[in-house]
Design a protein around this ligand. Structure first.
Ligand SMILES: [Zn+2]
Length: 344
């Protein structure tokens, strides 16, 4: 009995400490920072677009996501050489969004780009460079920034400030040129519910747990290492909601929680261990849909509802919430999704 009590206390202590931010051994590349979270498993951040995962196997390397541009993917590949000389043979796209897939075009035919079948269809047919989230996040944002900086430079009298603006302008122009190089490239291997890769002694599961952040999100699960790579299905911060299926997302996150993992490597943010953050995000999703439905019933447009909706009670889990309001692209999607459901 006494022994059991001690075990119970130990597990409470462990559960508490697991929530804290962990520190891992770091290899700093020119662009990307690699955190070694397990033997051969690295969390890569600091690039342009998604945070990626590098899984070094006995013979070869598998990547989870590849950033916003061919330039980002090339920088990623160059930096990977600091951790391994093995060749990249597999790239998993967690979902179709530009910031996870627009590095795809740099890979040769020897590399299998694997994703859920929805991703192939989306990249092939959605005209992804002329729709959200690419339009407001990149296509119009970068030229607008160049415009604003050009005006600031013209108006600035202080030579030091002027030089700083000029540096920012050069960086924005580089980004614009890099965006022009994008050729949306669909995955060349697809699956529909589950795919298991055996790479030497490592087992890598690609799982479609249901619709959520998009219609085809993959989680990459390493059962032995108890690590799950979640893309934007579950970030450590609030995810973009413009292509979401809201009630299904909540259910899919429930399926995610049923996996036996001790560490989440998200598509944006930081690695985390606390399943409570997933529960908090489920509540956020349920709450925002209920609240938006209420504002819509009062006759508000989606954009009015987006500026009004109050989710500040979630700020302790998602500190990016600093006041009332939500991303209008997500709220417009809630309206469209409610219409789709109404027709069924
Ligand atoms: Zn996304």
């Amino acid at each position: 009995m006494r022994h059991r009590t001690i075990v119970a206390i130990a597990s409470i202590l462990f559960a508490t400490s697991a929530v804290k931010a962990q520190t891992y051994p770091v290899t700093q590349g020119k662009t990307y920072k690699f955190e070694k979270v397990a033997e051969g498993v690295y969390y890569a951040s600091g690039g342009f677009g998604s945070n990626n995962v590098v899984i070094v196997n006995e013979q070869d390397v598998l990547l989870v996501d590849d950033g916003t541009t061919p330039a980002a993917a090339r920088a990623f590949l160059a930096d990977i050489k600091a951790i391994t000389n093995k060749p990249v043979r597999t790239v998993v796209n967690t979902h179709f969004h530009y910031d996870h897939t627009d590095g795809n075009s740099v890979f040769g035919p020897e590399v299998q780009i694997v994703a859920h079948e929805y991703v192939r269809n989306a990249i092939a047919t959605f005209d992804v460079l002329n729709r959200e989230p690419f339009i407001t996040s990149q296509k119009t944002a970068v030229p607008a920034r160049i415009d604003a900086l050009t005006k600031q430079i013209a108006a600035e009298r202080d030579p030091q400030k002027k030089a700083a603006f000029q540096k920012d302008l050069a960086a924005a122009q580089t980004t614009l040129n890099q965006l022009k190089e994008i050729k949306p490239t669909p995955p060349n291997v697809t699956y529909s519910s589950k795919m298991v890769l055996h790479k030497g002694s490592r087992e890598i599961q690609l799982l479609f747990l249901g619709r959520g952040h998009t219609g085809g999100d993959t989680v990459v699960f390493l059962p032995r290492e108890r690590i799950v790579c979640t893309g934007d299905l579950m970030e450590s911060r609030l995810a973009y909601m413009g292509d979401a299926f809201f009630d299904e997302w909540v259910t899919t996150l429930g399926a995610l929680k049923n996996l036996d993992f001790g560490l989440v490597l998200p598509g944006h943010g930081v690695p985390f261990s606390d399943k409570g953050l997933i529960t908090a995000f489920q509540s956020y999703l349920s709450d925002i849909t209920t609240k938006i439905a209420g504002l819509r019933a009062q006759g508000m447009t989606a954009d009015q509802a987006a500026s009004r909706v109050d989710l500040t009670s979630y700020a302790k889990d998602f500190p990016q919430i600093t006041g009332p309001g939500a991303d209008p692209r997500g709220v417009r999607r809630i309206y469209a999704w409610m219409d789709e459901r109404g027709k069924k």
